[in-house]
Design a protein around this ligand. Structure first.
Ligand code: NAP
Length: 268
């Protein structure tokens, strides 16, 4: 029970397929007391069902695009729990009309909204919870390879994830001297609600299964195991890191030839 006596909050469980739910399950199995933040009544219903066997679990409604709502959740959390040992940031948003085709047409308001919800919220959530974080507290965000390499259709979300990863490093630098760690998991593609907004996502999953050394898709459970490690004292020496949980996909430059159409090119 490596999380016994630890308490914290998870932002971003939408349903049983959510990566954050994989992390939540591992934390609870290991004795952590977990509070949840959700956006809107629809998602509260999902959480109520997922947590039916954990009556009394604290849940807070929050649209993280609104900083005052983040502060309100932090205040409510502090009133309920006093202190905090972990925070999981598993939220992201971009207008799905721009998660297909070229990146070039992305309008400014779409760019700024993706940055705001997917990257800046890590800063505002961390700042609001900072006053009552215990020494040893661990903050975890979720990112994707599209931040550093081009993944077709990921577009503005890739730019937002690059910003998120930079935020992880700067926050880790600020908070490290106070014994607080900040890391991210870079997960392979997982078939979640958010991911379905990305055009051709099913093919991305297929390519991943062919190319990744482990020859399988990443699951919330995979991310959950790594999340448990990073949020626990086992990772007390780890901060500012982006940890890949993608079956090794990021290490491959040229994958199995079966992944490519190698039929002879037509002669002119
Ligand atoms: P998910 O289950 O759909 O979770 C995303 C959550 O973000 C949803 O609960 C969503 O609520 C919430 N959200 C969006 N805008 C919000 C806002 N303004 N305020 C509060 N919550 C908001 O999808 P997921 O794939 O597990 O995503 C979790 C994290 O993992 C994200 O950061 C995502 O980018 C990252 N990630 C995903 C993959 C993948 O392939 N799935 C891979 C690597 C990293 P609504 O449903 O109401 O929008």
């Amino acid at each position: 029970m490596i999380m016994k006596g630890k308490k914290g909050i998870i932002f971003g469980v939408a349903n049983q397929r959510s990566i954050a739910w994989g992390i939540a399950q591992k934390l609870m199995e290991q004795g952590a007391e977990v509070a949840f933040s959700y956006m809107g009544d629809r998602l509260k219903g999902n959480l109520d069902k997922l947590l039916a066997d954990k009556p009394g679990t604290k849940m807070y409604d929050c649209d993280c695009a609104d900083e005052s709502q983040i502060q309100r959740v932090a205040d409510q959390y502090q009133a309920d729990f006093g202190t905090c040992d972990f925070v999981v940031h598993a939220i992201a948003f971009a207008d799905k009309s721009y998660l297909e085709g070229d990146f070039l047409p992305t309008p400014k308001h779409v760019f700024l909204q993706a940055m705001d919800v997917s990257a800046y919220t890590l800063v505002s959530i961390t700042r609001s919870f900072r006053p009552f974080m215990n020494v040893g507290c661990s903050v975890l965000a979720l990112t994707y390879l599209g931040s550093e390499k081009v993944v077709q259709n990921y577009n503005v979300m890739g730019v937002a994830k690059a910003a998120l990863e930079a935020c992880v490093r700067y926050l880790a630098s600020d908070l490290g001297p106070h014994g607080i760690r900040v890391n991210a998991i870079s997960a392979g593609p997982v078939n979640t609600l958010a991911a379905r907004g990305i055009s051709d996502f099913t093919n991305l999953l297929k390519i991943h299964r062919i190319v990744a050394p482990l020859r399988e898709n990443t699951t919330p459970d995979h991310a959950g195991g790594a999340g448990l490690f990073l949020l626990s004292d086992l990772a007390c020496g780890v901060t500012g890191e982006i940890m890949y949980v993608d079956g090794g996909y990021n290490t491959i430059a040229v994958g199995p030839l079966a992944a490519y159409d190698l039929s002879p090119e037509p002669k002119d």
